[in-house]
Design a protein around this ligand. Structure first.
Ligand code: NAD
Length: 680
């Protein structure tokens, strides 16, 4: 007889405290790649949200983020309420500067110890019983007090030499006490991970250590000397009893370390109630001078160095006995110090100022709410563009300091400035047939416009990942996984890449999309910026002069001629209150490709205003564009306060055999298009 197996429910949601930090952000990458869902809590006291924005773009996964201090019980409780399915906590949040801890010990105890207490109490309240804790090798103190001990085993008595170490020790004790108290109703399990010296960065070069102020650790300091941010490296003491007189540490690649957390989490999930300590190290030690040589080799730059006196609290030797983690967690390190130095150097050269970049400013509209973050790229006096996550929108474009677009607000959820998809423009009758018939909600009489309830202008895009490839050029990449539930059914991955070129006052938009699940779908992406080139003087587009590349437009299925100035004929068409209204799909080319970037980029519209003297040229690779004079702006703006130029595929192409192929995204294919706004 058929006997069904009991359903295996693996709980996969993990709360990561301190997840925006150095080790936490690397752990989030490994967790997401291991199929876990992460929720991050961080007060950003020593980190930047940028790390998580980048992780989200690179993993293409949304990571809910709460800017919350662990000691703020009420705020932390809300996180547990919002995410009832949390199965495990990985607890990185803490202050970690040894030297500083000696100056402000109360702050360290309050933050590290009290933060952990609040966390544990809430875990108990919400029945979350598994915790992986970031402890440190510093809890051992100077184990050369036991002569002949070269690698420190977990059983070594703890004797930290500084307040930071004491906080780690205290938290370990708390965990052991809580575990020992275990009534059967509180099935706690704890993995206490004692890190040795984490170094390196993610090999992608996207995330790494971004110390605020003067780095306390050797590698980040050397890196800053190499990029010219600091003059020289100080080596604290060469009179220790070691092979070259400098202290020996066990350096572990941060990616190996991050993977150790996934292994510990899996151990807790498999083994039920446990409370154990594990060293996470390589078992091999390197002296400061050996690291100095290794890093110089990786970066190929000579690093000025000076030997200075010992630093208080430093111990001569700190190397892990690493067998216990190897055996229990089935985890071992795979990367060596050469790879760590190379990865660090890649991170540093790509991000010489860490997560801050010149000409890039990010702000949040509501404190702590990062899903509607605004990112401003460029230079205020010349050319600057503001982007928002909702709809991957263009929130503002400033030309010589003047705003020239209607600002729909970062989270207002209107079309102004937004990315429009999955299917921009109208689908007549609200239905189409590909492998089957799809019926969409209608919002334009009997038709569906801009995808109706599935429209991208209300969707939260991930990112952006901002790059500054050269002076005056800024590239921001947003990602959207447009997935179920959607009336289009199949799942599509969409990339929007904005390039801002300050010198040429150009905003270049590149769209691409692939199908990630399900059958072929309809696709047509565009941007819905409303321009008012004279916004500085007037709320109306009155007086804007335009010319277009063609006056051919689609009237139903027939190509007709509109009364509008083209590049080569007559006087420009003037837009304004009592002037003709346009909501026309102009046709530039009657043949179209799914990847329109294979065709040439050509100008389709030129506009200028005699009062502001701002000129706009719109270019595209798309075969058609909708010109809209903004007769109905949803009550948000008065009618005709701006005009939109929406390059894309012909209106209703999905229902037209001539053009259907160019809007059908089938498995294995890629949709691409490009739009350029150039100002002068
Ligand atoms: P980090 O400073 O980059 O990360 C810690 C994160 O916790 C930061 O993002 C910070 O903003 C956040 N945080 C601090 N206090 C908080 C609070 N009260 N509420 C919410 N968030 C808070 O440091 P890291 O190097 O990634 O270290 C992570 C953990 O590992 C720390 O607990 C640290 O003590 C421990 N550790 C680090 C090292 C090391 O050399 N990096 C070695 C051993 C142990």
């Amino acid at each position: 007889a058929y006997c069904s197996m009991p359903a295996v429910t693996t709980k996969r949601k993990v709360l990561v405290t301190g997840g925006a930090g150095y080790i936490g952000s690397h752990a989030v990458v490994e967790l997401v790649e291991g199929g876990y869902e992460c929720v991050v809590v961080d007060n950003l006291s020593n980190s930047s949200y940028e790390s998580l924005a980048r992780v989200q773009v690179s993993t293409q996964k949304y990571i809910p983020f709460y800017q919350v201090d662990l000691v703020d019980r009420q705020a932390l409780e809300q996180v547990f309420r919002d995410h009832r399915e949390i199965d495990c906590v990985i607890h990185f949040a803490g202050l970690k500067a040894v030297g500083e801890s000696a100056h402000i010990p109360l702050k360290y105890y309050q933050n590290n110890v009290n933060g952990t207490l609040v966390l544990l109490e809430l875990m108990e309240k919400f029945h979350v019983w598994k915790l992986v804790f970031s402890s440190s090798a510093t809890v051992y103190g100077d184990y050369t007090r036991y002569p002949g001990m070269l690698q420190v085993p977990e059983e070594c008595p703890l004797q930290p030499t500084n307040p930071y170490g004491h906080t780690k020790c205290t938290i370990e004790d708390i965990l052991r006490d809580v575990y020992a108290s275990v009534p059967s109703t509180a099935p706690w399990s704890f993995a206490i991970l004692r890190y040795f010296n984490p170094i390196g960065a993610h090999p992608s070069g996207l995330i790494g250590e971004d110390p605020i102020g003067i780095p306390n650790n050797l590698l980040p300091f050397m890196a800053q000397v190499a990029v010219g941010r600091r003059k020289q490296l100080s080596v604290f003491g060469n009179d220790y009893d070691t092979r070259d007189g400098t202290p020996i540490r066990d350096y572990i690649h941060v990616v190996d370390l991050a993977k150790g957390h996934v292994a510990a989490l899996q151990y807790l999930q498999k083994n039920g109630q446990v409370c154990r300590e594990w060293n996470l190290g390589t078992g091999r030690g390197s002296t400061v001078l050996e690291m100095y040589v290794a890093f110089k080799k990786a970066c190929g730059i000579d690093i000025p160095m000076e030997i200075v006196g010992r630093r208080p609290g430093d111990v001569p030797l700190l190397v892990a006995k690493a067998d216990k983690a190897k055996c229990d967690l089935e985890w071992h390190t795979e990367l060596d110090i050469r790879q760590a130095c190379e990865d660090l150097w890649r991170w540093v050269t790509k991000n010489p100022f860490g997560y801050s970049q010149r000409g890039v400013v990010s702000t949040v509209c509501n404190p702590g709410i990062y899903d509607t973050r605004l990112v401003t790229l460029g230079h205020g006096s010349k050319f600057q563009v503001v982007f928002g996550n909702i709809g991957a929108s263009i929130v503002d474009i400033r030309v010589d300091g003047q705003s020239v677009v209607l600002d729909g607000g970062a989270s207002a959820g209107n079309y102004a400035g937004a990315t429009i998809g999955r299917y921009a423009n109208r689908i007549m009758g609200g239905s189409f047939t590909l492998d089957k018939n799809y019926v969409l909600s209608t919002n334009d009489g009997p038709n569906t416009n801009h995808s109706s309830i599935s429209s991208y202008h209300t969707k939260r895009f991930l990112g952006p990942l901002v790059k500054t490839p050269s002076r005056g050029i800024f590239v921001a990449e947003y990602v959207l996984l447009d997935e179920q539930p959607t009336e289009f059914e199949s799942d599509v991955l969409v990339n929007v890449i904005y390039s801002v070129d300050v010198e040429s006052k150009t905003l270049d938009i590149q769209y691409s999309a692939i199908l990630v699940r399900g059958g072929a779908t309809a696709i047509n992406l565009t941007n819905h910026t409303y321009f008012n080139l004279n916004k500085v003087n007037s709320e109306s587009l009155q007086g804007t002069e335009i010319r277009v590349a063609t006056n051919s437009f689609l009237k139903g299925n027939i190509i007709s001629k509109a009364d509008i100035a083209t590049f080569h004929e007559g006087e420009p068409t003037i837009l304004g209150k009592n002037m003709p209204s346009f909501d026309h799909c102009f046709v530039l080319s009657e043949s179209a490709l799914l990847d329109s970037t294979k065709s040439e980029l050509y100008p389709i519209l030129r506009a200028s205003h005699p009062e502001s003297h701002v000129n706009l040229e719109v270019l595209t690779t798309e075969p058609s564009f909708q010109l809209y004079t903004g007769d109905s702006l949803n009550g948000l703006f008065p009618p005709r306060s701006g005009f939109a130029v929406e390059p894309g595929r012909y209106v209703d192409a999905v229902n037209n055999d001539r053009w259907k192929e160019a809007v059908t995204l089938a498995p294995g294919n890629i949709y691409r298009s490009r739009i350029v706004y150039r100002f002068s």
